[in-house]
Design a protein around this ligand. Sequence first.
Ligand code: EPS
Length: 359
Amino acid sequence: MSLELATAGESHGPALVAIVSGLPAGLLLDRAAIDADLRRRQQGYGRSPRQQIETDEVEVYAGLRHGRTLGTPLALVVRNRDHKNWTWGMSPWPPEGPPTGKGKDAVTLPRPGHADLAGVLKYGLADVRDALERASARHTAAVVAAGAVAKALLKEIGIEVEGAVLGDDLEQRVDEARKAQDTIGGRVDVRATGVPPGLGSYASRETRLDARLAAAVMGIQAVKGVEIGDGFALAGLRGSEAHDEIHRDEDGLYRETNRAGGIEAGISNGEQIVVRAGMKPLPTLMKPLQSVDLDTGEPAEALVERSDTAAIEALAVVAEAAVAFELARAAREKFGGDALGDFVGAHSAYRERIDWQPR
Ligand code: EPS
């Protein structure tokens, strides 16, 4: 059984869409819990005025009846309220009437660090907007909606996932950057508890849980680095300092340290899963960097438009969702089942076989 996520949607188009397939039937979803995660994603310090326009809420178009999954593809939609200001500029069909509203003028000033230049070259576009709209981190609302569903599934087998910002000087850094008309990045970590040993496999690169989690988190806009556990710091240690010794007491096997971040050889080992991510500073600058006007070929300053100073708190929520979805995928592969009870039952039987309980 394979849990999959497909998303679609542009930043200022009508809506974002997420289709989650491979869920078992009978999972109870809580609309308020999904909406609460969507709100958490929007509320971080340093976000753009766009967040005052949006109040993200999930709508469900398929796969759910009376709050329970049907075991069929679940179709989630998050509308872009801002689309009303872009109805001409982002009309899916050829717009009627003269150009009006936002997005009516072509963007030709690519921002260093954004998708703008690589996107227009790759796809042969005349308007940078055709590249930046899908590349926008607005997309992460769809990931968070799907992640909330994954968290509901994981909860059924006792797994909890939580993301947090690393460093406590966030607000000061945001204030200073905003004053300087600049932007910042930052670091987050995501911890998953209750993950049994045995998710993922060393059999191949595609099945390794660490590789899969790294890809899931690296796939989030603006992420430039991912670590599992102590990650890069392990490279500077000796083996005797780096590895987590194995002990046993009356409750079973355990480790006193968790430098491996809960994964050895691509398989969860029963310890807390720890994934860290580093985010680059956001590329839309109020004091723009040097660029080239793609229309004239002349030097020009990059595009300036409404943007965030920081989105690091949002990243903590999005990375939590991405990690939850990947763990749920790995759990679906291991425990299978068309009905929720089959899935939960297989997990219980497996735990009994390996005599493991979360600490
Ligand atoms: C983004 C630019 C900004 C952000 C957006 C991501 O959008 P706008 O140009 O509409 O102000 O607000 O993030 C969101 C809308 C969101 O919901 O997270 C970008 O260029 O990536």
